[in-house]
Design a binder for this molecule. Structure first.
Ligand code: URA
Length: 240
């Protein structure tokens, strides 16, 4: 594996910053400074950063069905439950973190991994990873509102991009609607703000899809490990 990739996978820094660290002569291999990011790390090479040995971490990938009332970070100063609380003790030592965020009161699909490179790719806006949400909104949503959402609405001086929106249910008794929406961008609380902007506030929100991954077979509060081919597909799907 290339040295820059090795450092990124070991969680030292992003791939880009790893290149800079290497070029700055801060990495030694078997005691010698190596300033070439393309250096091919061999099985028995001893890689060190500022004198500290760097070991490649075993990479893990989990898809969690996050319940509401859980924070999507690795720790919470208020002591609230975090997405890591659902993992086994042994996993918690692996410096796993969530890929992106879901609000405290949003449920659904969230990826947990210690692969910094994949996290980078999946969270960069230019890679346009589609995320599918089911929103229960107040009121019987109008055709006009759906059209506006599809075309893009203005939220806080930002024009949301055109997107897929589908009404799944109009509940006349409860005066609410169930709407599916796919976003390829991820502004803070974007779904809630978009529905708010067209006059139908979100009552509850669930992310049912992250890229091609769905919640099929994963109960709320449970998770599953991704298959190798799924990890490869997550990498491959990104626009070059
Ligand atoms: N949009 C929201 O409003 N909340 C989320 O948690 C995710 C997307």
């Amino acid at each position: 594996m290339r040295l820059d990739k090795y450092l990124a996978q070991a969680g030292v820094a992003s791939r880009r910053s790893s290149k800079e660290i290497i070029a700055a002569g801060k990495i030694t291999i078997n005691g010698e400074i190596v300033s070439e990011p393309g250096y091919y790390v061999k099985e028995n090479d001893l890689v060190a950063y500022q004198g500290m040995k760097i070991e490649k971490e075993h990479l893990v990938y989990y898809l969690l069905n996050k319940p509401r009332g859980v924070i999507s970070s690795v720790a919470d100063e208020k002591g609230r439950k975090t997405v890591l609380d659902f993992l086994l003790e042994a996993d918690k030592q692996k410096r796993i973190f969530p890929v992106g965020r879901l609000d405290y009161d949003t449920a659904g699909a969230i990826l947990l991994t210690n692969d910094g490179q994949l996290t980078y790719l999946l969270t960069r806006p230019e890679y346009e990873v589609p995320k599918t949400y089911l929103a229960r909104v107040e009121g019987l949503i109008s055709r006009q509102a759906i059209k506006t959402l599809k075309q893009g609405v203005e939220i806080e001086n930002y024009q949301s991009r055109s997107t897929l929106v589908r009404v799944k249910e109009h509940n006349v008794q409860q005066k609410s609607s169930l709407v599916e929406i796919v976003l390829i961008e991820g502004k803070n609380q974007q779904v809630k703000k978009m529905f708010e902007a067209v006059g139908y506030p979100v009552k509850s929100l669930t992310r049912i899809g992250f890229d091609f991954l769905t919640l099929k077979g994963i109960k709320r509060g449970s998770y599953r490990e991704l298959k190798i081919h799924e990890v490869k597909k997550l990498y491959a799907n990104k626009k070059k």
